[in-house]
Design a protein around this ligand. Structure first.
Ligand SMILES: Cc1cc2nc3c(=O)[nH]c(=O)nc-3n(C[C@H](O)[C@H](O)[C@H](O)COP(=O)(O)OP(=O)(O)OC[C@H]3O[C@@H](n4cnc5c(N)ncnc54)[C@H](O)[C@@H]3O)c2cc1C
Length: 326
């Protein structure tokens, strides 16, 4: 089978990307399959512009920069990367290899599988308003990818949670005007000092208020009309109304699970021979859900997969000895 890979990694988060690098470094034909249109998993999704201080070798690094670095490291070994496919089934074939099927019906074949898919997939809860479709992705956004894209813009944040408060505060000195629309009277899961900061800031808070209507032309959203009759002239709208999390059905893939995660042995092996797990997807005593833990587990999982494919292979290697960047 020409499309038979040595290692197929489910998930292109930080763990999956580092797994891809290490797998390539160990000379394995490697594929990564990611559901989202972008790589980086939770780091890209939840905190792309926040500083991370607890990854070895980086005294401080933004989420985006970390993902760019680990992505560059992964690409250096030339893995196949498949985007916007969600694996829904894994079947062990008679020869011991695996057939992975995505929700699009695509089939992927592999001698081993490394599950680096966290707890599953997540999507933002969409805004529930008529006519929003024509502005989504243009002026209606569900994540802040880059703060500077809001420079000088009139921005409305629709949210009743900590995420919306964080966004409004982050944009206060960048956007020309920031409004936050909360349908309730309080903000949920938020630190008191952040609410105090918000109240002292120039952000205009609209409590117990809903968006009634979006008005504009076919191509341009111009106003957000509130249910109290107020019309806000705007450039951009940011929406956080919660997440839709679709948990991975690991048990349907024949895997033992514990609280939605996959128990693993010391080489990240699962109960199914040839399937390994790393990162937030894996669980073992004293497991920590950290980026650095995923990196270490990625190496163990790849070394496990290498030994599974070739029992005579070395249990580990040094990059300084076997691998040279061109
Ligand atoms: C708000 C927040 C702050 C954090 N701060 C820190 C910090 O400061 N330091 C730190 O070390 N850690 C931090 N963490 C934890 C850290 O983000 C996670 O441990 C890390 O992102 C896990 O990476 P992962 O690649 O294992 O999983 P994920 O990042 O969850 O990536 C899994 C990927 O798999 C994809 N996927 C899932 N199912 C499928 C499927 N069936 N088919 C295809 N693709 C699939 C998903 O789309 C996703 O991209 C934080 C977490 C959060 C939420």
């Amino acid at each position: 089978m020409s499309d038979l890979y040595d290692v197929t990694i489910i998930g292109g988060g930080t763990t999956g990307l580092y797994t891809a690098f290490y797998s390539g470094m160990r000379g394995l034909k490697t594929k990564v399959i990611e559901y989202q249109p972008g790589l980086g998993g939770k780091v890209s999704f939840f905190y792309p512009e926040k500083e991370i201080y607890d990854v070895g070798g980086f005294p401080g690094v933004s989420g985006d920069d970390l993902v760019a670095k680990v992505g560059e490291q992964a690409l250096s070994v030339d893995p196949t990367i498949v985007m916007e496919e969600k694996i829904q089934a894994i079947e062990k074939l008679e020869d011991g290899s695996f057939e992975l099927t995505s929700t699009k019906g695509a089939k992927h074949y592999s001698k081993t599988v490394i599950i680096a898919s966290g707890l599953g997939t997540f999507d933002m809860q969409p805004l529930n308003l008529k006519g929003k479709e024509k502005y989504e992705g243009k002026q209606i956004h569900y994540t802040i990818q880059h703060l500077k894209q809001y420079a000088g813009k009139k921005t409305v944040v629709i949210s009743d949670s900590r995420v919306g408060v964080d966004w409004a505060l982050a944009l206060e000195n960048i956007a020309s005007e920031v409004h936050i629309i909360n349908r309730g009277s309080e903000f949920k899961s938020v630190y008191e000092h952040d609410v105090e900061k918000l109240e002292l800031s120039s952000v205009q808070i609209h409590r117990e208020t809903k968006v009634a209507e979006l008005t504009g032309t076919a191509n341009e959203l111009k106003e957000v009309v509130l249910d109290n009759g107020l019309s806000l002239s705007i450039d951009d709208v940011l929406v956080y109304e919660g997440l839709k999390i679709e948990k991975s059905l690991y048990d349907q893939w024949g895997l033992t699970t514990e609280k939605g995660r996959i128990p693993v042995g010391s080489n990240m092996s699962t109960n199914v021979e040839g399937i390994f797990a790393a990162g937030d997807a894996a669980i073992y005593p004293h497991k920590t859900m950290l980026i650095g833990s995923g990196f270490s587990e990625a190496m163990n999982a790849v070394n496990g997969a290498k030994s599974w494919i070739d029992p005579k292979a070395k249990s580990q290697v040094y990059s300084t000895v076997i691998y040279k960047h061109s």
